[in-house]
Design a protein around this ligand. Structure first.
Ligand SMILES: Cc1cc2nc3c(=O)[nH]c(=O)nc-3n(C[C@H](O)[C@H](O)[C@H](O)COP(=O)(O)OP(=O)(O)OC[C@H]3O[C@@H](n4cnc5c(N)ncnc54)[C@H](O)[C@@H]3O)c2cc1C
Length: 345
């Protein structure tokens, strides 16, 4: 494997590109817009396999990736000098009753101990699971650092260039990808096109799930833990921004935030943390998660011999980026060619 074209410049495409380039490949990233401006920009950046209650293989991948994060971020910061806002701040999951986690352990705080951990939660929060190993990264800052790291490593990044069709050789391998600037040839191709995967591989059932979000500004920096409620979560950044998410909507690529969406998020947020009621609103936005049936990931060989898929990361693509990059690079460099075609729950 020498020349690789990675289609898609989100967190998954860029993380794979960096890992492959580091292992000696010559990598080109094809991004039809600007890198890191789609789902990877819209996300909340939680690193939360336990709060998300991932199960099975997906949970194992999530825990592995969470463990990779501190070193991955340190490396990106070292390469670029940019901070990624990584913060192992812990996650509180409000629940009325103590509940064992899937590993059999439980750390449940009653209201009294909760008030010591995070004062100011609303009266609806009577107790919470406490997940001290979970946290967050500022995904927008991470994407800026990853983009710079990829360029510094020598990856060719073509922005504003859409891949729109595979060109085949007589042996049914991909000879080239037709793009808006002509054909690009490579030995191997990696598809990391997120929610838009079907435009290049219609047989792969990855579809968009829209998520609306907003942010408010907490001048006092009073919220210091992620609060992962039922239907609404609060993610406090270290600069005082509180990210509030998120709707999950099966509406295709319908753009925009809606009054109902933002109203529901604000109502849930104020119930969890009443001080939000008087905080200024900073921003509203939306994005499209790449959803696959049964929340299965497509990680590994694609329908053509020289095509690898890395898509379907749905709600956890920020979390799963480091482990995805390792798995795909292991497969392509033959270090550990075990495939994970359907790492579902
Ligand atoms: C509201 C919301 C909240 C989220 N919160 C979290 C969270 O807290 N934690 C977490 O881990 N995950 C979260 N996610 C999920 C996470 O954002 C995604 O799983 C992840 O960003 C997917 O990365 P990606 O690179 O596959 O997709 P994207 O970031 O969408 O990148 C795909 C890229 O491919 C490009 N592309 C598509 N087709 C072509 C083509 N034909 N040619 C060239 N380029 C193409 C697109 O322009 C895009 O830039 C959230 C997502 C949303 C929407």
């Amino acid at each position: 494997m020498s020349d690789v074209v990675v289609v898609g410049g989100g967190i998954i495409g860029l993380a794979i590109a960096l890992e492959l380039q580091d292992r000696g490949a010559t990598v080109t990233v094809l991004e039809r817009g600007r890198c890191g401006q789609q789902s990877s920009w819209a996300a909340a950046g939680m690193l939360a396999p336990e709060a998300e209650e991932l199960t099975g293989d997906l949970r194992e991948l999530g825990l592995r990736s969470r463990a990779l994060y501190p070193q991955w971020i340190a490396d990106l910061q070292h390469r670029t000098g940019l901070s990624c806002g990584y913060w192992c701040c812990g996650i509180l999951c409000p629940s009325a009753q103590p509940r064992a986690d899937t590993a059999g352990g439980v750390s449940w705080l009653n209201r009294e101990s909760l008030d010591r951990q995070q004062p100011g939660l609303g009266p609806i929060v009577t107790g919470a699971r406490w997940l001290p190993e979970e946290g967050q990264v500022d995904n927008r800052r991470l994407m800026a650092a990853l983009h710079l790291a990829v360029r510094l490593a020598g990856v060719r990044v073509l922005e504003g260039v859409a891949g729109y069709q595979w060109q085949f050789s007589p042996s049914s391998t991909i000879r080239a990808i037709a793009t808006s600037i002509g054909e690009l040839e490579a030995d191997h191709y990696v598809l990391a096109t997120g929610a838009w995967t079907r435009s290049l591989l219609p047989q792969i059932p990855v579809t968009p799930r829209k998520g609306q979000m907003l942010s408010v500004f907490d001048a006092q920096r009073s919220l210091q833990r992620v609060v992962f409620g039922d239907g609404t979560y609060l993610v406090p950044r270290q600069d005082g921004t509180i990210v509030i998410g998120a709707t999950v909507e099966d509406v295709g690529f319908l753009p925009d935030t809606t009054a109902t969406g933002i109203h529901g998020l604000l109502a849930g947020a104020i119930a969890l943390y009443p001080a939000i009621a008087t905080m200024p609103i900073r921003e509203t936005w939306w994005g499209f998660r790449p959803f696959a049936p049964n929340e299965a990931l497509f990680l590994g060989p694609g329908p053509y011999a020289n095509l690898t898929m890395a898509t379907g990361h749905y709600r956890n693509g920020i979390l799963l980026a480091p482990v995805t990059a390792q798995i795909i690079a292991d497969q392509l460099t033959g270090r550990n060619p075990k495939s994970h075609p359907q790492a579902g729950p």
